[in-house]
Design a protein around this ligand. Structure first.
Ligand SMILES: NC(=O)c1ccc[n+]([C@@H]2O[C@H](COP(=O)([O-])OP(=O)(O)OC[C@H]3O[C@@H](n4cnc5c(N)ncnc54)[C@H](O)[C@@H]3O)[C@@H](O)[C@H]2O)c1
Length: 305
């Protein structure tokens, strides 16, 4: 698994180990943390653009490769599109080439990408998988570009793939720079009694999905044979102001937020229709926003933030 020490990756590691899989991780620890991983976990610290990745694939000859490592910041991608493409597209192709070189067995790739950015600001909400893709940021474009290589690699070598298009994922261990980073930013600042700024008027809506539900969808896709793409979200949009309100309740925060300018590349309204994942993977989100945010805030409290 690439990106194993990250937010979603580390929860997936826990789930796969509990399910009896033997798991090796690749991660450069640029945003991931060793503390996220179980002790004794086989982590190879390297950049996904490094040719050494191909050596690791040849050594391990994995049955399933989960690709999660990425440059995940929309704002960094807007500032440095070449860096973003280098990691997100170049790194993915380096990994896929490693699989192609092994060549003598069927490998399954589960590619974790972003439904929250692929569709831009769609006209019809919730967006299903037939909604035209039109990312508004270099990050959205680079994550989407990799999807288009997978059917090509399926022909070039013996591989199967599944594409998981995630909504905005939140939960314990989340990174403040990710797509649902606002949950971590609000929780940390409120628990520390710091003032908060909301970008724009706060009426923008995103689809917030709890990390355990995401891990469940990814593992169902890995065990199946269908390529997707699969939207993994709730189908419900929640405004930034509402997220602020619920987290404030859990943190006992009473101050109102000040509002700043919109961020370039941000989406105004998005939610993802999960009907295909329900139909083809038997996946249904289980955790309500209120329960998920409470667990997340409790985790940040335990971290002593
Ligand atoms: N969090 C979300 O809301 C969300 C939404 C949609 C898609 N995704 C996708 O899910 C995946 C995981 O995201 P996350 O939220 O867990 O973020 P994360 O930053 O916690 O995890 C990414 C991991 O990749 C590692 N990494 C980054 N660059 C690397 C490189 N060049 N070489 C090796 N490792 C590298 C980081 O150290 C980190 O451990 C990403 O592919 C992201 O695009 C996340």
């Amino acid at each position: 698994m690439t990106g194993a020490a990250g937010f979603i990756g580390s929860h997936l590691v826990d789930r796969l180990i509990a399910d009896g899989y033997s798991v090796t991780g690749i991660d450069d620890l640029s945003s991931g943390k060793l503390d996220n991983l179980p002790s004794g976990f086989d982590l190879r610290k390297m950049d996904i653009r490094d040719l050494e990745v191909q050596t690791v694939v040849a050594e391990l000859r994995p049955d399933i490769v989960f690709h999660l490592a990425a440059q995940i910041s929309v704002s960094i991608s807007a500032r440095e599109p070449q860096l973003d493409a280098d990691v997100n597209i170049g790194g993915a192709l380096n990994l896929f080439e490693g699989i192609r070189v092994v060549g003598d067995k069927v490998t399954k790739i589960v590619y974790v990408t972003s439904g929250g950015t692929a569709y831009g600001d769609p006209e019809i909400i919730p967006a299903d998988e037939s909604t035209p893709v039109r990312p508004l940021s270099p990050y959205g474009a680079s994550k989407l570009a990799v999807e288009t290589y997978l059917p090509i690699y399926e022909k070039l070598c013996d591989l199967q793939y599944s594409i998981i298009r995630l909504a905005n994922v939140y939960g314990p261990r989340q990174d403040p720079h990710g797509e649902a980073g606002v949950v971590a930013i609000f929780a940390k600042a409120m628990l520390a009694g710091k003032p908060l700024t909301v970008f724009g008027d706060g009426n923008d809506e995103r689809d917030y999905i709890y990390v355990q539900d995401v891990v469940d969808a990814i593992s169902r896709a890995a065990e199946g044979t269908l390529p997707g793409p699969f939207n993994v979200g709730t189908g419900i949009g929640t405004s930034t102001n509402r997220i602020f309100e619920v987290i404030a309740q859990h943190c006992g925060h009473t101050e109102v937020a000040s509002h700043g300018p919109d961020r370039p590349g941000d989406i105004n309204r998005i939610s993802l229709d999960p009907s295909k994942a329900k139909r083809e993977l038997g996946w249904i989100p289980q955790v309500s926003l209120e329960d998920g945010l409470k667990t997340t805030v409790d985790w940040f409290k335990q971290q002593g933030e």
